[in-house]
Write a protein that binds this ligand. Structure first.
Ligand code: GLC
Length: 644
């Protein structure tokens, strides 16, 4: 039983006094979490020197709770009573940049009916707070954690929006850029002005000795545009750690004041009415010379400490781990051992995402099956964000051992995948770009919109109707997988219309050094206007997604409280998994090949699909025919089969 389960128990009707007394429940939660909070705190900040900070933390937590609106406190209790609400099959998400979607927060609000029409009820809004003018990593360089940048509107607009979203049962996710601030953040400004207190909020050094020692083992995040992990600040005459861009200063969490102030910033964000908080770049939170300074045990303790404190204050608010790291490391962000279930409730399923792109390029599913079956499973209280791409690049985060085990060479294989998506080769249907290629080791990542990576852009250029059709099928197939796999599906805004790459970043001074902007297009409202009047690739994709979303919401077997069972298929082009809640079973089948593929009825029988019964595709309602003991899947066909 994790800590959240204990809070649920206490909030249950059996504790009569608790039902109408949020303050009493807060105190209960705090005392239940206190021993964990203190052991985490003192393992990071040794007791002999830091007891005073611990008392400071507890005093501040009282205030943070007092500042939480009563409506949010009530929602917290409702959520506690409804179990793991974030595992529901009724959640379907979309990620968007507010300005690229419909100008500003008010514009976003006007488009609530659009989400409703598609069935989206969970929004990930990209950063909207103040940031430096010029380059700012799309707002991931934070000048303030709560002041809304005027280009998006006012704080009031945002608070009104969160209220409206709550009234409409729309879940809101925002980022908490927990690893770094911009170099214009209040603390950074004071550090630049020479204040030693604030210089100790960051990793600052008078010379290159310690930076050099760190850099020996720290991988570079942006080797092309921001090589190294330190930047010289002439104002301070010191080197400051900058793992990402030179203008993003890494926070020094070995300083307990930094933790307390950042917890305050986190709770303020939750108190603005945000339901899910995306812990940005959390693998980087603790640094140690001689290590990669990623995924360190102390980073996990720190995340659990944030979690345990936030949970006492706002138990309805959950954390998403943005850990785009090796498959075996991602799972650790749900918490392991004594911390199991006490770190993040949600993590990006970056492994599934990268493996799907691998299967598209190779037309084969062996690596997908192997990886999904051999990566340790997540704890039952955790869930995934399933996505086919986000605003970032697509990294080839496959496990080298698994690549070798299926008989391929990891380096050659990665080079092939980069060829397929990002080197503009004639034989490939994909049109993507290479991101941060490192000629020293051949590492590179991929950028591009889903539609362009799946062949739509090239097919339209060639005016080849057959290829357009194939691209549309691929787009629907990949989305069908994330809509049926256990977790919360997150669609990138525009992918529901098949929006292509946006090359305008090449001429914009603040974007031209970062080709991730190619996959952050403006929302295509012209295409939306035609959805119900003309048949276009956009309307086919939109309608296809809408149908699948409806089907997902109807069946609780798609909730992540029920397992996702992978069935390694004997046909190497097919991906097969089952959703099963005991009463209803659905088998999800996808053909990654451009040729028809077949499954023998004896195998279908062996995985529990009974061919003597009628098989129905839930998405279209079509009855499936088994001929000569074979079930045929067309090129890129995607089915949600249920037996009647
Ligand atoms: C995360 C964001 C990415 C950003 C980075 C630094 O990885 O997704 O867009 O560049 O953090 O904040």
């Amino acid at each position: 039983m994790n800590q959240a389960a204990l809070h649920r128990l206490m909030a249950s009707k059996r504790l009569k006094k608790a039902v109408d007394d949020p303050q009493y429940l807060f105190e209960l939660r705090l005392s239940t979490n206190l021993s964990l909070i203190s052991s985490l705190f003192f393992s990071l900040y040794p007791k002999d020197k830091n007891e005073v900070f611990f008392h400071k933390l507890l005093n501040r937590m009282e205030k943070m709770y007092a500042n939480r609106d009563i409506a949010l406190k009530k929602l917290d209790l409702e959520r506690l009573r409804s179990g793991n609400w974030y595992q529901s099959n009724e959640l379907v998400g979309m990620q968007l940049y507010v300005d690229r979607f419909n100008k500003d927060i008010k514009g976003l609000r006007q488009k609530l009916p659009y989400f409703e029409e598609l069935g989206v009820n969970f929004l990930h809004l990209m950063p909207i707070t103040t940031r430096p003018s010029g380059e700012n990593d799309g707002g991931y360089a934070v000048n303030n954690y709560h002041e809304i940048d005027s280009k998006y509107g006012t704080k009031k607009d945002f608070l009104d929006f969160t209220k409206k979203a709550r009234d409409n049962n729309m879940v809101l996710m925002l980022d908490f850029v927990v690893n770094h601030t911009s170099d214009e953040f209040e603390w950074a400004k004071k550090a630049k002005a020479g204040d030693p207190k604030f210089q100790s909020y960051y990793y600052t050094y008078p010379d290159r000795k310690i930076p050099d020692a760190f850099e020996k083992t720290m991988p570079e995040v942006f080797p092309e545009s921001a090589p190294g992990s330190f930047t010289y600040s002439k104002e301070m005459n010191k080197w400051v750690m900058t793992c990402f861009n030179t203008y993003q200063w890494d926070l020094n969490y070995t300083n307990p004041d930094v933790f307390i102030e950042m917890l305050d910033n986190l709770v303020k964000l939750a108190n603005m009415g945000v339901d899910v908080i995306r812990f940005d770049a959390l693998a980087f939170l603790w640094k140690k010379i001689g290590t990669s300074s990623q995924n360190l045990p102390e980073a996990h303790q720190l995340i659990a400490l944030f979690r345990m404190c936030l949970q006492a204050i706002a138990p309805g608010v959950i954390l998403l781990a943005e850990a785009i790291v090796a498959p075996r490391n991602i799972i650790k962000y749900f918490g392991e051992g004594t911390l199991e279930g006490n770190e993040c409730e949600v993590a990006y399923n970056a492994s599934l995402m990268a493996l799907l792109w691998n299967s598209v390029a190779t037309k084969k599913t062996a690596l997908l099956h192997k990886s999904l079956l051999e990566i340790p499973t997540k704890p039952i209280d955790g869930t995934w964000i399933n996505y086919i791409r986000c605003h970032d690049d697509i990294g080839l985060g496959y496990d080298d051992d698994f690549i070798r085990e299926i008989g391929w060479s990891p380096a050659e294989h990665r080079s092939f995948v980069l060829d397929y998506y990002a080197r503009g080769l004639e034989w490939s249907p994909a049109k993507g770009l290479m991101f941060m290629y490192n000629p020293k080791n051949g590492d590179g990542r991929i950028t591009g919109s889903a539609a362009s990576l799946l062949g739509l852009e090239k097919a339209l250029e060639e005016k080849n109707g057959h290829k357009v059709n194939q691209a549309v099928k691929k787009i629907l197939m990949l989305h069908g997988i994330i809509l049926s796999y256990g977790g919360i599906p997150l669609i990138y805004a525009g992918d529901e219309l098949g929006t292509l790459n946006d090359y305008s970043f090449e001429t914009q001074s603040d974007h031209k050094n970062d080709n991730r902007w190619v996959n952050r297009p403006m929302h295509d409202w012209d295409a939306v206007a035609k959805l119900n009047t003309t048949t276009t690739h956009s309307s086919e994709i939109f309608k296809g997604l809408k149908q699948m979303i409806l089907a997902r919401k109807k069946l609780t077997c798609f909730a992540d409280t029920h397992p996702t069972i992978i069935h390694p298929s004997p046909n190497t082009h097919l991906f097969v998994f089952e959703r099963n809640n005991g009463a209803t079973k659905v088998w999800v089948l996808s053909n990654f090949d451009e040729q028809p593929q077949f499954l023998h009825s004896s195998w279908l029988f062996s995985i529990g699909m009974l061919p003597k019964n009628e098989l129905v595709d839930l998405i279209t309602g079509n009855v499936l025919v088994i001929k000569n003991n074979l079930l045929e899947l067309n090129a890129y066909q995607h089915l949600w089969i249920t037996g009647t």
